[in-house]
Ligand binder design. Structure first.
Ligand code: GDP
Length: 527
């Protein structure tokens, strides 16, 4: 096997999806502990304390206790090399989350077992279904009183339309939580409370009929476990690798992230079954991960990740081949050769200079304003990866300076922030207004705060009667010119100079669409 194939095959690139508070941060911390990336759990984030996740880069999220950014952490586990992509939890940042999900090959779904399938999980699962991403499930918080495990599986099956294959099964819960029975290994693994900050020495009892089980968990629980298992194994699906890889079946693990119990079983399953880096579609052809030539796409741009490095980083998913330091890449959109000498990797949260990276890895490129979300890089071939969307914003405000002399700075700041994809900026054709569009309210605050700290610009918002925006295009040049003339008062350019129709009301949008049937009005745009 070639060295490239070997490197690619051992990579597992995944993200965690969950509803806020289900335990994503806690499980990330334990996963890093197993990956030997943290010396001691408890250093990722303590809300309300002074400790924050390595992934919590911005002051804002520290103040609000939310993850605004997407971070990347790489660590070895078993024979695999794992890339974990963090996704922002707050729903105002869901665009970032959507795009991050285009850069992974599998997902871990964390469910609060006291609550079951919640709203945000449902939404994120819809996104993963678009690409049939394989899902591993972790039922969390078994140290609390949870819902009937069988009912939880039913809920996942019915609401998320995905078969469940339990790999482990809980023995009691809440104060009576004793551990899990690992169905594939035919062993009971016993839980000790209060050991969540370490990798525990676990007591393992082989076989379900082993009398040691009675001694350890009592006769009643042992009997109950055997009865439950008979039912569960009869009624639920067996694990099937093909169905899992197809996104139709999810292996389910039970445990407690806080107690660091069961997380290793999940990681074992994920590294064994989750796919190594998968092929990605371009406009012309599919690119396989093991192709010799390097290709990659940018799914996120982030500024100011670390106060020590005040720069902007473009996150690139390597789709095929290998990156090595100093290599030349073709920046396809602008048709230029660029020399990449100082890409960064994200080994366990600390940025290091990447020497080599392979398909499936994420590298960070220093961006001086030439890279946009969705950009493709290759070793020469003209390719364009597809499926990395921008969404039309749903909230709009006019932004104005307190000091009018800084207009140029303001525009520069807004265009750069819009390249990151968190907000969009629109410049009407007929006046000098600047309109900021966002998918969620919180993003407006982020923009003003960052304009101040990164561009020394004091800006304020004013209300504006805009209800929606659509990117427009038309194959018929003449008809497009006519449309542009008639609709000029409502047309604007976005940060990437794409023509956009800014609609004061939905009624107006509908009427305009009826009047110009040849013009295409788009809710999403791929760069
Ligand atoms: P996130 O919002 O999904 O990142 O959730 P966090 O990891 O921040 O967890 C939310 C809350 O649930 C925190 O107070 C955690 O300490 C708590 N928590 C997480 N996992 C467990 C668990 O297994 N058991 C219990 N009892 N609490 C947990």
């Amino acid at each position: 096997m070639s060295a490239l194939i070997e490197e690619v095959n051992k990579r597992r690139t995944f993200a965690i999806i969950s509803h806020p508070d289900a335990g994503k941060t806690t499980i990330t911390e334990k996963v890093l502990l197993f990956g030997k990336a943290l010396q001691k759990a408890g250093t990722v984030k303590g809300r309300g304390s002074n400790q924050h996740a390595k992934s919590d880069w911005m002051d804002m999220e520290k103040e609000r206790g939310i993850s605004v950014t997407t971070s990347v952490m790489q660590f070895p586990y078993n024979d695999a090399l794992v890339n974990l992509l963090d996704t922002p939890g707050h729903e105002d940042f869901s665009e970032d989350t959507y795009r991050t999900l285009t850069a992974v090959d599998s997902c871990l779904m964390v469910i609060d077992a006291a609550k079951g399938v919640e709203d945000r999980t449902r939404k994120l699962m819809e996104v993963t279904r678009l690409r049939d991403t394989p899902i591993v499930t972790f039922m969390n918080k078994l140290d609390r009183d949870i819902r009937d495990p069988m009912e939880l599986l039913d809920e996942v099956e019915n609401e998320l339309n995905m078969a469940c294959a339990p790999i482990s099964w809980p023995i009691g819960c809440g104060k009576e939580f004793k551990g899990v029975y690992h169905i594939h290994r035919d062993e009971s693994i016993l839980y000790q409370s209060g050991q969540g900050h370490t990798i525990q020495d676990q007591k393992i009892i082989k076989g379900l009929e082993n009398p040691e089980l009675e001694a350890a968990i009592g006769e009643e629980l042992a009997e109950q476990l055997r009865e439950e298992l008979e039912l569960v194994i009869g009624a639920s699906n067996e694990f099937d690798l093909e169905l899992f890889l197809d996104g139709q079946l999810t292996p389910v693990f039970f445990g407690t992230a806080l107690g660091n119990f069961g997380v290793d079983h999940m990681l074992d399953g994920l590294t064994e079954w989750a796919p190594s880096p998968m092929a990605r579609e371009t406009e012309d052809r599919k690119v396989e991960a093991t192709e010799d030539k390097f290709t990659g796409f940018v799914f996120k741009i982030q500024a100011n990740m670390d106060p020590k490095h005040r720069d902007r980083i473009a996150f690139m998913r390597i789709v095929s081949g290998q990156y090595s330091q100093g290599m030349k890449m073709n920046h396809v959109r602008i048709g230029k050769q660029v020399n990449i000498s100082d890409a960064v990797t994200f080994m366990a949260g600390d940025r290091e200079r990447a020497e080599d990276a392979y398909a499936g890895d994420i590298i960070g490129l220093h961006n001086h304003g030439t890279i946009q979300i969705g950009d493709t890089f290759t070793q020469g071939e003209k390719l364009k990866f597809t499926g990395i969307p921008n969404f039309a914003p749903e909230m709009f405000r006019r932004i104005r300076l307190k000091d009018p002399l800084k207009q140029k700075q303001l525009l520069k700041g807004l265009v750069q922030l819009s390249e990151e994809g968190a907000v969009q900026v629109f410049r009407p054709l007929i006046n000098n207004d600047l309109i900021v569009g966002a998918v969620g309210v919180l993003q407006f605050d982020v923009v003003v705060q960052r304009l101040k700290s990164e561009y020394s610009v004091d800006a304020i918002y004013e209300g504006i009667s805009v209800s929606t925006a659509r990117w427009v295009k038309c194959d018929d040049v003449k008809k497009f010119e006519e449309f542009k003339r008639k609709a000029e008062a409502n047309l604007a350019l976005d940060g990437g100079d794409n023509l956009t129709y800014i609609a004061p009301t939905m009624v107006n949008l509908n009427l305009t669409q009826e009047r110009h049937p040849d013009v295409v009005f788009m809710k999403t745009r791929e760069n």
